[in-house]
Structures are given as structure tokens and as C-alpha cells.
Write a protein that binds this ligand. Structure first.
Ligand code: KDG
Ligand code: MG
Length: 410
């Protein structure tokens, strides 16, 4: 058996640009699929897959997953960036899918078998004030969810800055962008959780994503301010570039810390895991190169008491969600799975896509990942200039600015 073709399929059925790699083999009907979604730069990923990896992999035996992973990893000489890692993930996940199909086993069996029946998930609630957030939390609770991430005014409370306080207002001539006021944000979040806990008590597990929006010392103060509300975790309190501050944060607060959705290089996680400076590692599996490196990372984390919380936003394809869930049920140190459901059309494009029920995702028992892509249906939903995260073909929301007009990490 050998690889006959490697292609990257782009589709946006839910308005979010997704990238999926399909690896075909010399055995009739035997193929695998893998998530390669880097929504902000999807065309670059497709170029890498189709112009460089297809010729590289033609004729090779798809059963040698580790060898092919290493081959693709070092083939460009420069490595560890998000475009190359997503392309690599597309190949890697597709090869695991093929191996499962050849073995007649679901991926979780290849990973050592299940240690749990389902992966507990957390969902996202967002509103302009505590009442709006609370309504969403209650709706999610009624749907069986026990874990909810709560945001007021979106990431960085950006949608609060236009209030009549004037705080966060834009100076004349300041450039367009998504304006937010870090100090207003840092005050709004503890107030939100005070109201939520008053209404909900402590039974629900609540989370919050700082989304690397604060200066390090302000993030430390926020983590301390949030202690009374017993968060399940505080997500990305620091930017990857500021992770040297984690030791100080840990020394000052017992609020659990989750980091990693922006990590693409192993050196970004090794030290903070070994020094036990985070509680949850929440990498985006396709951004680190797929299932093969995710297993190794999880094993490292297990040795140091760090749990997984793989990134699972709407810009992970259902193929990527399936890969996450197989890992989640097989890893002893699984912590929680972020999961953003989507409209039913996603299941038409991706038959077998995992579905959340009563707060859990459960993998299918079909061989491999258990999910496929229907290319005919996918072709009905091409990428376009105004899909999620874009406006007029340009990524919009990452142009985040402070009241003085200067750029801030998004
Ligand atoms: O494309 C970026 C999104 O995936 C990210 O902003 C979502 O932070 C996010 C999360 O935790 O889901
Ligand atoms: Mg996040």
C-alpha cells in the first residue's frame, strides 16, 4: 500500500474557514482525513500541503506515521510555525485515521484504549452584562453542561468600552480597530463573577479567558481578585512571550492556570510543565503538528501533574474535534475539553462529527477518527471575504487597540 495523493480541502459551512487534508492510498476507497485548520491563513496551509507535501509523500507507505511525521517536520529545515504545523497535522491525523481503518479499530484503541467513556466539555457564554451571561449559563446548564467559560463584553470586555463612561473611547485620528480598555476590563471581570456566584452558587464550574489581553502584573492582580469565585481555570492570563512571569503568578495565587492555545514550539511548554507553573495545557492540536506530538506532550504533562484542556473553538474542524475526543478518552491526565458546537450543516459536510450530549463528547466506535468529509457538499460552502474573523478579506478582530490607539495582543 502506498500514498497516491495528498490534498487540502477548504470549506466554510458554518461561516468559519476550515482546512482538512485528505490522504488517499493505492487501496481502493482507503483514505484518511486530518484537521489542518489555521483559519486566518488557510490558503498558506493549502499551498504547503499541495505544492510541497503531496510530492514529498507520493509513493510512501502510510503505515509509518512516526517516520513520516519526522520527515515532514524537518523537510523545510525551518520548522515549528503555525502554517507548517497545521499542514503537518493534516497529514498526521489522516495517517492515524488510515491506521485505524486498516486495524478495524477506533483511534482511542490505538492510543491504548479508553480510560473514560466521554470527555467533559466546557462551553462559552458571553454577554454585555452579568444578566446576559447568566441567562446563557442557565441555558447551557439546562442542556446538561457543568462547565461554562464566562466573558463579559467579549474578549477583553471590548464591547463595554463604548459606554458613556468614556473609558476606552478612541482618540481623534486613532486607527480603526477593536478598542478596549485594560483597566475597565480588569475591573469588570471580578464584578461579573461576583454576580454569577451570587446567582448560581458554587455547583457550576466557571472559567474565564483573559486571551493575553493584560499586562503581566495586571493579570496577576486579576488572578488574585478572582480567587473567591473558585474558577475551574483562568485561561491565557499571559501571552506566550510573557510566560517568564508565570513563576510570580503561581507564587501569589491559587487560581488554576491554563495556557497554550497559541503555542507552536515545544520550547514554549517544556519548562512551564516541568516547573509545574500551569495546571492545564491547552494547545491547539493541529497547531503543534497533530496527534503524534500531542501524545508526547500529554505524557510529559502527566509526569508533572498537569492536565490537558485541548483548544476546541469553532475554528477547529469536526475532524479536529474527533481527534481531540479520541485523545481525551485515552489520556489518563485529561482535564477538560473546550467544545463549540455548530449548525447542523457541519454534520452534512462532516458525516460522523462528534456531538455534545449532557456535557460530554463521546467518540464513535467506527474505525479511525470516525469522521469523514463529503467533498461535494463541502464545495457548496467556499471560503469568502466576510467569513468569521474576516471583514473584506482581512482579519479584523486581531487589530485590537488600547484607548491611546496603540496595538494590544488580541
Ligand atoms: O482563532 C482564534 C480563536 O480560536 C480563539 O480566539 C478562541 O481563545 C479562543 C478559545 O479559547 O476558544
Ligand atoms: Mg482561548
Amino acid at each position: 500500500m502506498h500514498i497516491t495523493s495528498v490534498r487540502c480541502i477548504l470549506t466554510a459551512p458554518a461561516g468559519v474557514g476550515l482546512a482538512v487534508v485528505k490522504v488517499e492510498t493505492s487501496e481502493a476507497g482507503l483514505h484518511g482525513v486530518g484537521c489542518a485548520t489555521f483559519t486566518q491563513r488557510a490558503l498558506a496551509v493549502r499551498t504547503v500541503v499541495e505544492e510541497y507535501l503531496d510530492p514529498l509523500l507520493h509513493g510512501r507507505d502510510p503505515s509509518g506515521i512516526e517516520d513520516i511525521w519526522q520527515l515532514v517536520y524537518q523537510n523545510a529545515y525551518w520548522r515549528n510555525g503555525p502554517v507548517l504545523n497545521n499542514a503537518l497535522s493534516g497529514i498526521d491525523q489522516a495517517l492515524w485515521d488510515i491506521k485505524g481503518k486498516v486495524a478495524g479499530m477506533p483511534l482511542y484503541e490505538l492510543l491504548g484504549g479508553k480510560v473514560r467513556e466521554g470527555a467533559a466539555v466546557y462551553a462559552h457564554a458571553e454577554g454585555r452584562d452579568a444578566d446576559e451571561v447568566l441567562d446563557q449559563v442557565l441555558a447551557l446548564r439546562a442542556d446538561g453542561l457543568r462547565h461554562v467559560r464566562c466573558q463579559v463584553g467579549g474578549y477583553g470586555a471590548a464591547r463595554l468600552t463604548s459606554r458613556s463612561t468614556g473609558s476606552g473611547g478612541r482618540l481623534p485620528h486613532a486607527q480603526p480597530g477593536q478598542y478596549f480598555d485594560p483597566s475597565l476590563y480588569a475591573r469588570a471581570v471580578p464584578a461579573l463573577f461576583e454576580d454569577l456566584r451570587a446567582a448560581l452558587g458554587f455547583e457550576m464550574e466557571l472559567l474565564h479567558d483573559v486571551h493575553e489581553r493584560l499586562a503581566p502584573i495586571d493579570a496577576i492582580r486579576l488572578a488574585k481578585d478572582l480567587e473567591p469565585y473558585r474558577l475551574f481555570f483562568l485561561e491565557d492570563p499571559l501571552a506566550p512571550e510573557d510566560r517568564g512571569w508565570l513563576a510570580r503568578l503561581r507564587a501569589q495565587t491559587a487560581t488554576p492556570v491554563a495556557m497554550g492555545e497559541l503555542f507552536t514550539h515545544p520550547l514554549e511548554w517544556q519548562e512551564i510543565i516541568v516547573r509545574r507553573q500551569i495546571d492545564f495545557i491547552r494547545v491547539h492540536v493541529s497547531d503543534i503538528g497533530g496527534i503524534t506530538p500531542a501524545r508526547k506532550l500529554a505524557a510529559l504533562a502527566e509526569a508533572f501533574g498537569v492536565r490537558t484542556a485541548f483548544h476546541g473553538p469553532s475554528d477547529v474542524s469536526p475532524v479536529g474535534h474527533a481527534a481531540n475526543v479520541h485523545l481525551d478518552v485515552a489520556l489518563p491526565n485529561f482535564g477538560i475539553q473546550e467544545y463549540t458546537g455548530g449548525p447542523d450543516v457541519l454534520r452534512e459536510v462532516f458525516p460522523g462529527a462528534p456531538e455534545q450530549r449532557d456535557g460530554y463528547l463521546v467518540p464513535t466506535d467506527s474505525p479511525g477518527l470516525g469522521v469523514d468529509i463529503d467533498e461535494t457538499v463541502a464545495a457548496r460552502y467556499p471560503l469568502h471575504a466576510d467569513m468569521a474573523q474576516f471583514r473584506d478579506g482581512v482579519v479584523d478582530w486581531t487589530q485590537s487597540r488600547r484607548p491611546d490607539g496603540s496595538l494590544n495582543r488580541p
